[in-house]
Design a protein around this ligand. Structure first.
Ligand SMILES: CC(=O)N[C@H]1[C@@H](O[C@@H]2[C@H](O)[C@H](O)[C@@H](O)[C@H](O)[C@H]2O)O[C@H](CO)[C@@H](O)[C@@H]1O
Ligand SMILES: [Zn+2]
Length: 308
């Protein structure tokens, strides 16, 4: 049970149960936009598709890239989580996503900070969550929304952040438990997610970014000898699906990114991504299919519809 002793009910805002729904599990406010914003905006434009975003923490331990707001930081007034919640509302609205849910209720699990930092040991740190307790919160949502597709991170959380790793573990555990009719029938009728994708990035795109940012003041790859040394990305032939958003959806992703002023400041590499590498750097998002049948593929051998 959660620290408050009761599990906040899953608000059946959209008790959609059907073949045209996708559910995304993310760690912090901004991951849904930075990592899958083009995909969310792409599908949000389709009235027949239902989207749910589940976010596991409020991002309390994040940086504050707005000088005037530095007092919100965890080490100061510790109000960043509430502020990022507000940014998240603006960003998900910009993407066109109405069905959003914080795992276990808003504020249940706390941002664990970077691996090895003292925040990992906070009593509510997501990194220290009991796996089945956190998974039970997600099972309740899965059984209510009954998505055909679930999207989350790979076992390394894409880049090794503890909350991303834990989001992966909780999502995969919840998919298994949700499908078991004998496990916690009080959390709703069993539901089997048909397809599971992990976010990823083709090494060819990382190499292009690596070169483009070599001279950037906040080069995200500073100190790294080659793209192959980075803790994320896969060879292009390990990509299973790519969603390339149209201009309208890409613009919605840009607007959502702009909502996260505390995380993405003007001139930051993330802010410059589109300018340096072209709109495709924001428009294209890539996935590995780890459960379910592959749908039709294009000439790259990649699916172009996660619902196929
Ligand atoms: C994209 C993402 O997951 N961001 C996390 C991450 O943020 C990093 C952190 O602030 C680090 O100290 C910085 O050097 C780095 O540039 C940031 O990307 O970790 C934060 C703390 O857990 C988290 O709030 C943020 O959402
Ligand atoms: Zn994150």
């Amino acid at each position: 049970m959660s620290a408050r002793g009761t599990r906040p009910p899953v608000t059946p805002r959209h008790p959609e149960r059907g073949e045209r729904s996708l559910l995304f599990v993310h760690a912090h406010p901004d991951d849904e936009t930075v990592g899958t914003g083009a995909t969310l905006a792409h599908y949000a434009a389709r009235p027949d598709v239902h989207l749910t975003v589940v976010t596991c923490t409020l991002g309390e331990e994040g940086e504050v890239r707005v000088p005037a707001l530095e007092g919100l930081a965890a080490a100061e007034a510790d109000q960043l989580g509430g502020y990022r919640y507000w940014e998240y509302r603006q960003a998900t609205a910009a993407l066109g996503v109405a069905d959003t849910h914080f795992l276990g209720g808003v504020g249940r699990w706390r941002d664990s900070g970077m691996m090895g930092t003292p925040a990992n040991d906070h009593p509510r740190a997501f990194w220290g969550a009991d796996l089945d307790e956190a998974a039970a919160d997600l099972v309740a949502v899965l059984r209510d929304r009954a998505p055909r597709v679930l999207v989350t991170y790979d076992p390394d959380g894409f880049y090794g952040h503890p909350d991303h790793i834990q989001a992966h573990r909780v999502a995969m555990r919840a998919c298994d438990l949700a499908a078991d009719p004998d496990w916690r029938p009080d959390l709703g009728p069993a539901h089997e997610v048909r397809k599971i994708y992990w976010t990823t990035m083709p090494r060819s795109i990382i190499e292009a970014q690596f070169d483009a940012f070599a001279s950037a003041p906040d080069n995200p790859f500073a100190g790294v000898a080659s793209a192959a040394d980075l803790p994320f990305g896969v060879p292009d032939d390990q990509i299973d699906a790519a969603i390339t958003a149209d201009d309208a959806a890409t613009a919605r992703k840009r607007a959502a990114m702009a909502a996260y002023a505390t995380q993405i400041a003007p001139g930051d590499w993330l802010d410059m991504l589109g300018d340096k590498l072209g709109a495709d750097a924001l428009a294209a998002e890539h996935y590995r299919l780890v459960r379910g049948e592959r749908g039709p593929v294009d000439d790259r051998g990649w699916e172009t519809d996660l619902l196929a």
